[in-house]
Design a protein around this ligand. Structure first.
Ligand code: PLP
Length: 238
């Protein structure tokens, strides 16, 4: 039996009328970049994830990259992640000028093995990116515990875990930022939408010991086709 690598036709066939209507509405409003549908989705997705907000960006890769940039990660820094993921996770770290440092995965869940993290931490380590694969999350409690102790940020790569839960919390709502991909082959994607979100959590701002505070201004400090709350595109700042 031939199993196609990606079968989008079967997904589209489930609800072709609903999908066509939604696309027509976008065309009617010429809402091609940002606009009311993106704003509504950002609200709905934040509610779905149980976060204060979400922001649409170009892709899951962009979401990871922007989350790291927003946290001030750059050249000379190290970010711990797993090798068993899509290349975008490590790529986003490299795009910031930082160095990906890999720890192995748990042989049962294939997600980050928290017992391997401590040995990978150096004075340059700034963040940990657990990747939630196969619709399940990494074991977040020990990861958060290490991060708190060592003052590291936790950015969740939830690109393949929309709606997955860890102890009652949705994937992407547990760390300092959660990043999703809406590439059409992903868990949640039935339409051709190709953008992703990340969010800000208040705890870093409120924590006096935080390595670096996060402010709303920092969430999109780089060029991308996403509107800022003041209605301007980020690239207007440059
Ligand atoms: C685990 C993981 N991280 C990041 C990405 C990147 O997402 P995108 O393709 O939307 O850039 C993907 C997509 O394949 C992924 O599976």
């Amino acid at each position: 039996m031939k199993v196609p690598y990606l079968d989008l036709k079967s997904a589209v066939r489930t609800d072709p009328r609903e999908i066509a209507d939604a696309i027509q509405q976008v065309l009617d409003r010429t809402a091609f970049a940002g606009g009311p549908f993106v704003a509504q989705f950002e609200k709905d997705f934040a509610t779905f994830c149980g976060t204060r907000f979400s922001a649409g960006v170009g892709s899951g890769t962009d979401a990871l990259w922007m989350a790291l940039l927003g946290l001030g990660i750059g050249p000379g820094d190290e970010v711990i992640t797993v090798p068993d993921t899509f290349i975008a996770t490590a790529e986003a770290i490299s795009w910031c000028g930082a160095r990906p440092v890999f720890v192995d995965v748990d042989p049962v869940t294939y997600n980050m093995d928290p017992s391997k993290i401590e040995a990978a931490i150096t004075p340059k380590t700034r963040a940990i990116i657990p990747v939630h694969l196969f619709g399940q999350t990494a074991d977040m409690d020990p990861i958060l515990e290490i991060a708190r102790k060592r003052k590291l940020f936790v950015v969740e790569d939830a690109s393949q875990a929309h709606g997955a839960e860890y102890k009652g919390k949705k994937a992407g709502s547990i760390g300092d930022a959660g990043c999703f991909s809406f590439y059409p082959g992903k868990n949640s994607a039935r339409t051709a939408s190709g953008w992703s979100g990340h969010r800000q959590r208040g705890t870093r701002q409120e924590d006096p010991d935080a390595a670096r505070p996060w402010t709303g201004e920092e969430i999109l400090p780089f060029p991308d086709r996403v509107e800022r709350p003041d209605g301007r595109y980020p690239r207007e700042r440059y």
